[in-house]
Each structure stands twice: as C-alpha cells, then as structure tokens.
Design a protein around this ligand. Structure first.
Ligand SMILES: NC(=O)c1ccc[n+]([C@@H]2O[C@H](COP(=O)([O-])OP(=O)(O)OC[C@H]3O[C@@H](n4cnc5c(N)ncnc54)[C@H](OP(=O)(O)O)[C@@H]3O)[C@@H](O)[C@H]2O)c1
Length: 265
C-alpha cells in the first residue's frame, strides 16, 4: 500500500513542487502550511498532531527565519513517520548557519530513514522569493562580487526530494544540489535581463549592498553580519547530484530565465 507523505511549506517554492510531483506519481500527499490545505504552523503546536496523523513520509522544511523545532521531529517519529527529507542549504558550513546545522543534526539522530538536500541558491528567488522586488526595480546588490554560484531550479530540488521520499537507496545520504553550471550573480541577472528584454543592473560590492539594505529599512547590524557571512562564501563548483538521483540533467539558469521571464515578441 502506498503511504502518506506530509509536505511542509506546501505553498512555498520547493514544497509546492514536491507535493505536485508526489501527487502526479500517484502517491498520497498532505499539503501543509499556514495557508495550505491542512493548517500547519511552526509557532502553534496544536496544528502539529493533526498534520502528522497517519503520515509515513515527511518533507521537512522551515522558512528562513525559523528553526526546525526538535519537539516537532520527536512528535513526528512518535506518530509513525519513518522517512524524512530535510531541506537544508549548500552554504551551511561556510556561512555558519547554526539553524540548519542543528536541523541536520536532529534529523540524523532521529532514528528515521533520512535524506538531507543542500541546494545552492534557488533560481526561483528571482521571481517567487526575496529578489523579486529588486528584479522589478531593475537593480540588485548582493556582496558576492564575481564569485560564481551554483543556482539550482526548484523543480530539480523537488524532483530530488520526491525521489528520495519514494524510492529506495537514498537513506543516510546528503545531497549538494546545483544547476549544470556555476554563474556569477551578474551573469544570472543578465540572463534574466536578456530573457525579459529589460535593462537590469547588478552591483556585487558591499557598499552597494549597504545602500540597498538601508533603503529597504534593514537594521545596519544585520546588514553587516550578512556582509561578513557573504565574505565567507567560496566560488561554487557544480555537483552531479541532480542527475544522479533523477536521471536527467539539471535545468540551466538560461532555461529558467526564458521559461519564467521570456517575452513573446
Ligand atoms: N532561497 C534559497 O536560495 C535557499 C537556498 C538554500 C536553502 N534555502 C532554505 O530553504 C528554506 C525555505 O526557504 P524560503 O523560506 O525561501 O522558502 P519558501 O519557498 O518561500 O517557503 C516558505 C514556506 O514556509 C511556509 N511558512 C512560513 N511561515 C510558516 C510558519 N510559521 N509555519 C509553517 N509554515 C510556514 C510558507 O507557507 P505559509 O505562508 O502558507 O505558511 C511557505 O510555504 C529555508 O530554510 C532556507 O534557508 C533557501
């Protein structure tokens, strides 16, 4: 019998796609988040148990500002969850991301069959995520200079997660996910500009980032901490994890840009 998977963050960039893929393959899936089919709120424990009832698999993600509460994972195991895929991040060690490192540790110690996915920057940050206002304004600053990054399409992250949740052989594995080539932010932004026919300006300097964040009303201390964290980011190399797990080449950023930002002339 095919067993139920609970997908957290089911309205978000990866969760929505994980749920869609599981559903399309005929697997029973429960879509949960504050605005999901089933209400789930990390800050409201009363929502946890009903969301977990009867679930065997779990797509575990916490939004940027929240930790994975260990009490939730304990409750999940207590209620019968045996298969967990955790959404972590490629930069966790170099960025010193204590929130996600702690989540990884909890999952590894949970007693379940676990898989951790560590994606590089989501391509979808530019249209669904936090870079969207900058794209709309035509200017983006990220203090990474010419350091190439392994932008990965959320479709590929979801494809890996859905496979890891439903096929054997991925237990105890940590997958670093990238697109097929590393690109600088300037190159990625230029591809969106080319696809959309708009002039987009990228600034990779800390000064540009300071000015942007001040304009957005971000606290100066937070901006400086982010600049320090960005300074630790090393040039990305690509991995073959998406192809190894899904059997197909990851989506190129240029194809993402055309698909999402392309204009019909
Ligand atoms: N963006 C990147 O480039 C990137 C790269 C690597 C790793 N990551 C990691 O990926 C994770 C997700 O990133 P994101 O936030 O940008 O994803 P996102 O796709 O925007 O998803 C956020 C999801 O969390 C749900 N949510 C928000 N607050 C919630 C709450 N209090 N309780 C339950 N659900 C809540 C939202 O749905 P509702 O509003 O319906 O609740 C939404 O479905 C983060 O841990 C991040 O560190 C991101």
């Amino acid at each position: 019998m095919d067993r139920l998977t609970l997908v957290l963050g089911a309205t978000g960039s990866t969760g929505r796609r994980v749920a869609a893929r599981l559903g399309a393959r005929g697997h029973p899936v429960r879509r949960a988040s504050r605005r999901g089919d089933v209400p789930f709120d990390w800050t409201d424990r009363d929502t946890w148990r009903p969301a977990l009832a009867g679930a065997h698999g779990l797509y575990l993600m916490a939004p940027h500002e929240l930790p994975v509460d260990p009490a939730f994972l304990h409750e999940a195991v207590e209620q019968g969850v045996r298969r967990v895929v955790l959404l972590s991040s490629r930069g966790v060690e170099e960025m010193g991301d204590e929130r996600l490192l702690a989540a990884e540790e909890e999952v590894r110690a949970s007693g379940t069959d676990w898989t951790i996915v560590r994606p590089d920057w989501f391509a979808q940050n530019f249209d669904e995520g936090f870079f969207r206002p900058a794209v709309d304004a035509g200017r983006l600053a990220v203090p990474l200079g010419d350091t190439p990054q392994g932008f990965v399409d959320a479709e590929d992250i979801a494809a890996v997660a859905a496979t890891a949740l439903t096929a054997p052989g991925h237990e105890g594995r940590t997958y670093e996910l990238t697109g097929p080539r590393a690109l600088t932010f300037a190159e990625a932004f230029a591809l969106i500009g080319a696809a959309s026919g708009r002039e987009l300006v990228f600034d990779g300097s800390p000064e540009g980032y300071r000015a942007q964040q001040e304009h957005l009303g971000a606290p100066a201390g937070q901006t400086e901490a982010e600049i320090a964290a960005f300074a630790r980011v090393r040039p990305a190399t690509t991995t073959d994890a998406v192809a190894a797990v899904t059997g197909r080449t990851p989506i190129d950023f240029a194809d993402y840009a055309t698909r999402v930002w392309g204009v019909v002339r």
